[in-house]
Design a protein around this ligand. Structure first.
Ligand code: BGC
Length: 770
């Protein structure tokens, strides 16, 4: 765990240059706008430890896997989000010396991610080997108003000399992915051109054929006025730019503005890319940096208005939650149903920028409560559109009859990961995708989604479960063999409680929705049945039978559902009794040892209890929590949040708070020693869950929102907002009371500590705290 980020309510601050943490900071200080993202690399480059990363949403490459592809049913490739054109680049040579923080002395270094207004800022004094001193102040952002635009303001002041700066402003498409399996480059050159003040570069991915066109221009100011300098073009393969000599005068500031527009063939025909990029570039240039920045601040203010959470009395927690919300809002905006949320967002290459079950199981709740319903709907439509591929995925494994197995990892609907036991066998993801339909409809009340899209997905998933189980003659029950549950530290196990549970829930829910659509839109139901050749009587009867006769491993002595068959055969040790030097076990132990141990990577049986809480009484929840929590190592970032929600429900404030800190500052403090690869973006939604569903105790009781807030001892108060069915509610919880404000023009009913109350429009209600 590191502790170098300075605590502040609205900013992420690094003070003093820490090159050994540079890759971590590059992840943490990343910027994005749902369309493109950029790690916090230095504009002038860096000779030390760095991971250059510029990413365009949805632009990927099917990199051939290194293992397993020769076996039947294994995917041939592992899709990865691509490191794309480095658009921030500039080279600064001062009287023959290159500015590179790796080779100069650095003073007064400060890096700030301004989350309130959405920009990155860096300032420092560099002392070059010759002794020349320069003050640099740089700001940049990718616009959330004009998504194609990235822009930089870079100020240079020579402090003890006057002399020439040889400046190159460039776009570099000759880049690689660090995780390229065969060290290949994934882009080929399509077009490059340098004019007097603009440079344009189009590159295209091999195999997938995505074209990316980037166009750039610049402006240089001295003494408050633009200056004209002679420029010469620079070009090499996939690299375009301008070289200019800028006379620097001691103690006078020179400002470089760089503007870049990036468009892809995902949005425009390839032949129009250059025109589109240049048009966006001209618009941005005409507005200028300061106007774009002002628009950015206004747009972020609007985002914060709907989604901010405040915490009084605990600055570390405050910074943590805002950082998580900021990253989620930078990663997914819901404007494009073809996009989704990669576990690292735009902050690194790991997990390939692909879609995991993380979206449905963790992220959906955040977007449902903090944005318009269309945003969450687009996450669902993404899966709807992938249904034919999910059916194909199942067919590849030998399933028939329209069964769908959604991929554990995907870019375009195809499964594209290469770890059989861990990823493919995690068929529980099908359940999360079905449950997301329930959650969306319950939250928004948009029942039309069911007949239009949801039911088709539900039936295909239910068909999969029906084929995947088998009837055990010995047990006289249905069983599900050879799976991996959410806990990836157990592979190829039988009867994972969570998987069996979500499977029968899904079968029962699909039956219910068939009944609902039959009653409301019988013609649509008929058309769907014909389309998918659904044998209602036969298939529904089978599902019903499975629901009645599913097997769940249970320990009678402990009165606990077992995570899987044979779990109690393992040597039972608690995490607290392990010497700290063993942790994290995934970095210290062999895989063999991990698989044999009782340690649980992430919420598994507790994930089932979290998902279907209403089916368990409080004593049952308590027994399971007390059994599983001490055996859980939380080595997936998705784990602590589920435990926070359950601990809060059980009134275990200290435990909830301890786990909350772990999730909310996971990346800021690099808890798992892996932030250098990117931030844990999807688990950031878990931090939000921890506050709203955990401490705030928010649940839905049919159509009504319910709160049962508690407050950690360390906090004076906390406040969050919820959008629900056209109403905006603000909940402020302090030690003494709970203030519920209805900020909308509708009358709202809510439950507070199980009591139903009505709040008139634009008014509030005070309840006692707990
Ligand atoms: C977790 C999975 C998760 C994946 C991507 C893994 O470490 O165990 O549940 O889907 O990371 O976030």
């Amino acid at each position: 765990m590191k502790n170098y980020i300075i605590h502040d309510a609205w900013n992420i601050i690094e003070e003093g240059f820490l090159p050994e943490y540079n890759r971590i900071s590059e992840s943490i200080f990343s910027i994005g706008n749902g369309y493109q993202g950029q790690r916090a690399n230095f504009e002038e480059g860096f000779g030390g430890e760095t991971l250059q990363g510029s990413y365009m949403a949805g632009v990927y490459y099917p990199d051939k896997t290194r293992v397993g592809w020769w076996k039947n049913g294994y995917p041939e490739y592992f899709a990865k989000v691509l490191n794309a054109t480095n658009w921030i680049g500039m080279t600064l040579i001062i009287e023959g010396e290159k500015l590179d923080l790796h080779t100069c002395q650095v003073k007064d270094f400060k890096r700030i991610l301004n989350m309130q207004e959405g920009f990155l800022e860096r300032s420092f004094i560099a002392i070059l080997p010759s002794g020349k001193q320069l003050r640099i102040k740089a700001q940049r952002f990718v616009s959330i108003v004009q998504k194609e635009i990235g822009t930089i303001k870079y100020r240079i002041t020579p402090l003890n000399f006057s002399g020439n700066l040889d400046l190159t402003l460039f776009l570099d498409g000759d880049i690689k992915n660090e995780d390229a399996n065969y060290n290949e480059k994934f882009w080929e050159n399509i077009y490059q051109n340098v004019q007097a003040e603009t440079a344009t570069l189009t590159i295209k991915t091999k195999k997938t054929g995505f074209s990316l066109c980037s166009a750039t221009t610049f402006e240089i100011f001295q003494k408050g006025n633009p200056i004209t300098l002679e420029t010469s073009p620079v070009q090499r393969d996939k690299y375009v730019g301008h070289q200019l000599r800028v006379p620097l005068v001691q103690n006078e500031e020179t400002t470089i503005y760089k503007f870049v527009a990036q468009v892809t063939s995902r949005d425009y025909p390839a032949k129009d890319l250059i025109t589109q990029a240049q048009k966006a570039l001209q618009d941005a240039f005409a507005k200028g940096f300061e106007t774009l920045k002002m628009e950015q601040a206004q747009a972020w203010a609007k985002k914060w208005e709907d989604s901010d959470i405040t915490i009084e009395g605990d600055i570390a927690a405050q910074q943590g939650i805002r950082f998580n919300i900021f990253q989620l809002d930078q990663t997914y905006t819901g404007e494009d149903a073809r996009l989704n949320i990669g576990p690292k967002g735009f902050t690194g290459e790991k997990y390939g920028g692909s879609t995991y079950w993380d979206t449905e199981a963790y992220c959906l709740a955040f977007y449902l409560a903090t944005d318009a319903p269309e945003v969450a709907k687009n996450l669902l439509l993404y899966r709807y559109k992938h249904l034919p591929k999910a059916i194909e995925n199942a067919q590849k494994l030998g399933f028939k009859n329209g069964s769908a197995l959604y991929p554990m990892v995907t870019m375009n609907g195809e499964e594209c990961h290469n770890e059989w036991e861990i990823t493919f066998e995690e068929i529980h993801r099908n359940g999360a995708i079905a449950k997301a339909i329930f959650d969306y409809v319950q939250y928004t009340g948009d029942k039309s989604y069911l007949a239009d899209y949801g039911l088709e997905v539900l039936i295909a998933i239910s068909r999969f479960w029906a084929e995947r189980v088998n009837f055990s003659e010995e047990k006289q029950k249905y069983v599900m063999l050879g799976v991996t549950g959410p806990n990836e530290y157990e592979n190829n196990i039988n009867n994972n409680y969570y998987t069996n549970k979500i499977a029968i829930w899904c079968l029962a829910y699909t039956n219910e929705i068939i009944g609902f659509v039959k009653g409301t839109q019988p013609e649509k139901l008929q058309a769907l049945f014909e389309k998918i050749n659904f044998q209602e009587e036969k298939e529904c009867a089978k599902w019903y039978d499975i629901v009645q006769k599913m097997y769940f491993p249970y320990n009678n002595a402990l009165r606990i559902f077992m995570q899987q068959d044979g779990y109690m055969d393992k040597e039972q040790i608690l995490v607290k009794d392990l010497d700290k030097s063993n942790l994290p076990i995934n970095q210290k132990w062999s895989w063999d040892r991990i698989l044999r141990s009782c340690f649980i990577k992430q919420a598994d049986t507790l994930q089932a209890i979290y998902a279907f809480e209403n089916e368990y009484d409080i004593e049952t929840i308590k027994r399971h929590f007390e059994f599983y929590e001490p055996r859980t190592v939380h080595e997936s970032s998705l784990s602590p949040c589920v435990h926070v929600v359950l601990a809060s429900k059980l009134g275990l404030k200290e435990k909830a708070y301890e786990l909350y800190l772990r999730t909310s500052r996971l990346d800021l403090d690099d808890y798992n020693n892996d932030t250098e690869d990117g931030c844990h973006t999807t688990s950031m939604a878990g931090t939000w869950m921890s506050v709203v569903q955990g401490f705030g105790g928010m649940r839905l009781k049919n159509d009504t929102v319910a709160f049962s807030p508690i407050i950690p001892e360390q906090w004076r108060s906390y406040t969050f907002k919820i959008m629900h069915r056209g109403s905006l509610l603000r909940v402020r919880v302090s030690k003494e009371n709970v203030l519920l404000e209805n900020l909308s023009d509708n009358v709202v009913n809510i439950y507070i500590h199980d009591e139903l109350c009505t709040i008139e429009k634009n008014s509030s209600l005070m309840a006692k705290g707990k």
